[in-house]
Design a protein around this ligand. Structure first.
Ligand SMILES: *Cc1c(COP(=O)(O)O)cnc(C)c1O
Ligand code: SF4
Length: 336
């Protein structure tokens, strides 16, 4: 990001350019936020393990001069990432072990995750995929076709969940091809997309993208990933509107994160703001115990207490389901 960055100009650029100009170093991000690197527990070694990556669109929603900003905490590489926490490992939910060369992850009845890219527009420090050797998955065209074949050959599958990485980082052309291939499978009812791009790079939500997605004869569901109401900027609201106006059903999933959203008022405000934009709170995940993320953990006892208080405050449809993922289980496990 250049020193003399001009935000207004930046946001007139297309999504690929905005992505190319994302912050990729601690100094640059801190400078933009008017924070001194010396006053923060940053770690260059942590950034070498898993690089810093934040589009300006997301950074612009952080409060300048606030070292404890809940959005900053999600992306800043800090020393705690290097500490070993008991019970944390590289593949806590067994996904790596279960993902085939085709990118298809078939753990639950009737639905599969289909991974077509390992890249994301943002690197969330708490991500359970941060330690995955995506390069080894060899997400090639040929393997993608094998994945389609797998879905075709299994009539029990009624829903394909495009996941990643972030599937909306694929080009419109590649997405169009995928949608066409999935449309041709009669037993499929729905295509679901798990993406953080409407939140972190809302410029990705173009008319071209929406035309591509709504070409589908299948029902189209998008599950976004938003952890804090501060993430819902006017640009994000515009992206949500574009999707909703074209009949795409929107849900949200969040991760419960210490010092980000482990607070009743914050969780209630998030649900309110989301629903204000027509998005239904779906899941609140307990942290997956991936190496490097221990400092984000909220205990199950605290989580239950929090969600009970949210339940006592909001209508039932604004209370996300508190869930955890267990290796080998047949679905996400609801807590409470
Ligand atoms: C989370 C997940 C799903 C989707 O689960 P839902 O409860 O339908 O949202 C599907 N497959 C895998 C492997 C998952 O991890
Ligand atoms: S957007 Fe999702 S998959 Fe990508 S780094 Fe963040 S949490 Fe992980």
């Amino acid at each position: 990001m250049p020193e003399d960055l001009n935000e207004t100009l930046h946001f007139t650029k297309n999504w690929q350019q905005q992505l190319a100009e994302a912050f990729n170093d601690i100094e640059g991000l801190c400078h933009y936020l008017r924070l001194s690197v010396n006053d923060l527990p940053v770690s260059v070694a942590a950034a070498e393990n898993f690089p810093l990556r934040v589009p300006l669109s997301f950074a612009a929603s952080m409060q300048k001069g606030n070292p404890n900003d809940p959005l900053l905490r999600q992306v800043l590489p800090i020393k705690n990432e290097l500490f070993a926490y008991p019970g944390f490992s590289n593949d806590p939910v067994g996904d790596l072990a279960s993902t085939t060369q085709t990118g298809v992850l078939h753990k639950y009845h009737g639905r599969v995750l289909f991974i077509n890219t390992g890249s994301c527009a943002i690197n969330c420090r708490y991500c359970f995929r941060r330690n995955f050797p995506y390069a080894d998955l060899q997400l090639s065209k040929q393997n993608e076709n094998a994945g389609i074949q797998y879905i075709q050959d299994n009539p029990d599958i009624s829903e394909v969940i495009l996941s990643g990485g972030d599937p909306l980082l694929l080009s419109d052309t590649r997405l169009a091809k995928l949608v066409t291939q999935l449309n041709a499978i009669p037993h499929l009812k729905r295509i679901r997309i798990h993406t953080r791009l409407p939140i972190v790079l809302p410029a990705r939500i173009t008319d071209g993208l929406i035309n591509t997605l709504t070409q589908s004869t299948k029902q189209m569901v998008i599950v976004v990933h938003c952890n804090h109401a501060n993430e819902i900027s006017p640009r994000v609201i515009t992206a949500f509107k574009l999707l909703r106006n074209r009949g795409i059903t929107l849900f949200n999933q969040s991760v419960l994160l210490k010092d980000v959203n482990d607070n009743v008022a914050v969780l209630c405000e998030l649900s309110e703001q989301l629903f204000g934009q027509g998005i239904i709170p779906y899941y609140l995940h307990l942290l997956d115990k991936a190496t490097g993320t221990g400092h984000f953990e909220v205990s199950e006892t605290v989580a239950i207490d929090l969600i009970k208080q949210v339940q006592a405050t909001l209508p039932g449809y604004l209370v996300p389901k508190l869930v955890t993922e267990q290796a080998g289980a047949l679905s996400k496990q609801t807590i409470l």
